[in-house]
Design a protein. Sequence first.
Lengths: 558, 189
Amino acid sequence: MDGTIRPQRFPDPPPPAATTRGGFHRRPSGEPPPLPHELGRTGRFWLYLALAIVLLISYGPFRAAVEHWDAVQLRFLADHRGPRLTDGALLLNALTSRWTIRILRWGTIGTLVVFRRWRHLLVFLGAVVAVEVVAYQLTLAIGHARAFDVRILADWSGFAMPSRPLVSLAISLIGIAYALVVPGRPRYVAKWAIAIVLGVLCLVRMYLAVDHPSSAIAGAVVGVALGVTAFRWFAPNDAFPVAYRRGKTAHLDVGGRRGEAIVRAVRDQLGLAVLQIKPIGLEGSGGSTPLRLQVRGEDGPERYVFAKLYAKSHVRADRWYKAGRTILYGALEDETPFQTVRRFVEYEDYTLRLLEDYDLTTPKPYGVVEITPEREYMIVMEFFEHAVELGDAAVDERVIDEGLRLVREMWDAGLAHRDVKPANLMVQDGHLRLIDVFFVQVRPSPWRQAVDLANMMLVLALRSDAPTVYRLALRYFSEDEIAEAFAATRGVASPTQLRASLKRDGRDLLGEFRALAPAREPIKIQRWSLRRIALTIGVAIAAFVALGMVVSNWAVFA
Amino acid sequence: MRIRAALVGLLVATALLPGCANSRNAVVSCGLDERSLVLTAQAVPSATLVPCVAELPAGWSYAGADIRSGRARFWLDSDRGGFHAVEVELTPSCDTSDAVEVRPAPDEIGARVYAEPIALDPALWANRYVVFSGGCATYRYRFAAGAPSTLSLEAEEALGFFPRSALVQDVEERYGLTLCGAEAPPCDG
């Protein structure tokens, strides 16, 4: 499961599809995308089984037959009761007690919090609450009494169908299997273990006559079906892999099915054969999964291209990040969140082409690749071979000059990069290259442009010194413009990586630049707006409602 | 598409079924068709009588039940008496040492009835115990401040008892099975 750090090799690219034309392949209507978003065969099986059981048991005439069959089975088991067997059954039945389920659930929640696996935590909590509500409503709707004809040997609560203790145990165990156990053999073993545990407990509860055979089976099936559906649909393995390794959770696993889907999609949509996929620069990127692909075009040599994989989770993360920043600092500028992942890649593709039009030293765009419609896309661009991140490169006056000229050219073109930091500036053969143009803004505010200048000067000074950078900056900017830049740049205006680099460096570069430039009052960045107030109140209300829901559903967990 | 249809089906079924549930199965009403009544009888198999809701007077409503092995409870809300103004609990036995015996109501013939006043001001708080063969029904009146004490009479009118023997006979006729416990033949196991 460490596909994000190990290159994925594809020595023999799969052959192109029959409908290929000039290396490209158009996906005909009805053909599944490279990486379909689906429940899978077993997921569908469990869902249909649960639905069938619920509908059949709710149907009057069938229910009478089921009740009769239940009674026959329970009588048979009651005839074989013995003191030792009963003691053993009572002991095993403790596994369905509220305490066992409580420990399992809180243990899972705690582990997910420790490993900061928020997506799985959310799906687990949602699935548990939903399953408990569904099971409770079903018991009331079906109104199946407890066993007739035989003495009930264990404690029970409420109507019998479906068995709520088995529903609760099943969803808890399935939650553990999907949220905590790594896919592959460990999860396969876990699923079999769950099947055995649930099977044994069904028998135990039937023996004790605390559940009918039909209600025990229905309980286990409903819990498993809804659990499997919830995790496969809302936290699919390919998008949210369970792995116990370091790294940002935003990065997607590019091994397995996704790796194969990338190869197929790049071949069909860009006409390039992918030979290797290697995740790179993960530490500097939180908003996408950056990849280096080794490719071969039609009759062309092998080469590298750079790709950024975007998923729906990145859109949500971006939306939350912007909302959080608006509440904490006020809307820094006219930042509006993207609504879909398609818009994400479309916008980045547009900015790459725009910067190329202005002849700026940015990567050449090759196109957008669809992995899963409306869920995952990849943007492919030129890879700067043998380039070194500015933070690790030798920086001479030529590089400094190119960096400052780049900002001037962007100013003149009416653009702002908005994410100038060491990880986004590369040095290739002694020349500066600008990457990651996702945040580029057309006709930004003067404040934004000023911040770009200050951030560029700070990044360059990290590899040289403030007086040199200041001196060279005067070739392209007036003293007032530089003063404005450092009056505008404080705290959150600089990217996190740049702030961390400045802290590590130890020199007060910001202070040095301010001392060199003419004095100017700081520009306020904390701005109150109606939107900020409404958003803050909205989030407070949502938090209150969520807390209320947790409190009202506390019995599910406590 | 088929998955979505299945999910929608499950959600619709879940959304619609509770409607049936609340109207039919959740209320412990005095009647042979009431599944909650059978469940209550199963909770305390020794009890020969099963407390239930006969007819709710104006201003009263059913507030839910908690039926489990060894104990069954349900609550009534009142527009004047407040939330959970009356709680009715069926148990195999109860402690009546702090209560005084009073005359049973007409539908309580054969039972011994005890009253235990707790407070009269600002509203009536009292317990009423109906002790019969194999069981005890406790009525807990917990009226909201300012509610008239006469509400207890309305509550007593609303509540009644159903003979277990009738339920045993109904289960036998309906399913050919035995509702194990009092008034029924011995069961397996």
